[in-house]
Design a protein around this ligand. Structure first.
Ligand SMILES: [Zn+2]
Length: 144
């Protein structure tokens, strides 16, 4: 996935979807930036597309996607309509912190089904597998 994103404070849920689709999607509150200037500087230096509901911020950014909807499904549709491909492949990004995931060959976590492939976040250590949450996201994306 080539395109990198920076999501404004109001778009936390959308950031988790983008991460599950494999995108490097930084979120303002995870990075402790809220002011427009700080967002623009960080997005610029990290070559990220700013995703925001703030018209002024979108206009000031070199590269931005302006989101109008409040509902996350509509927000996903807006992204798809401007050419952002949304589909699940292998887990690649931590939905909590945007860290990179690697395959975890250790013992299966307590609440993961036996025999499921497990991934671990290299930043926060959280482990992931394709369980019911994965399936519900897959369903959401298929109905956009
Ligand atoms: Zn993480």
């Amino acid at each position: 996935m080539g395109r990198r994103f920076f999501l404004d404070v109001m778009l936390g849920r959308l950031s988790t979807y983008l991460r599950m689709c494999g995108y490097d999607a930084a979120y303002a509150l995870d990075r402790d930036v809220e002011a427009d200037d700080a967002i623009l500087e960080l997005a610029g230096s990290e070559d990220r597309t700013v995703v925001t509901r703030d018209v002024q911020l979108a206009e000031r950014a070199d590269d931005a996607i302006l989101i109008e909807s409040l509902d996350v499904r509509d927000q996903l549709r807006e992204l798809r309509n401007v050419g952002v491909e949304l589909s699940l492949s292998e887990p690649a990004r931590c939905s909590d912190c945007n860290g990179e995931l690697v395959r975890d060959d250790g013992p299966t976590p307590d609440h993961a089904p036996d025999g499921k492939a497990v991934w671990r976040c290299t930043d926060c250590g959280k482990r992931f597998w394709k369980g019911s949450h994965w399936e519900s996201v897959e369903t959401t994306l298929s109905k956009l």
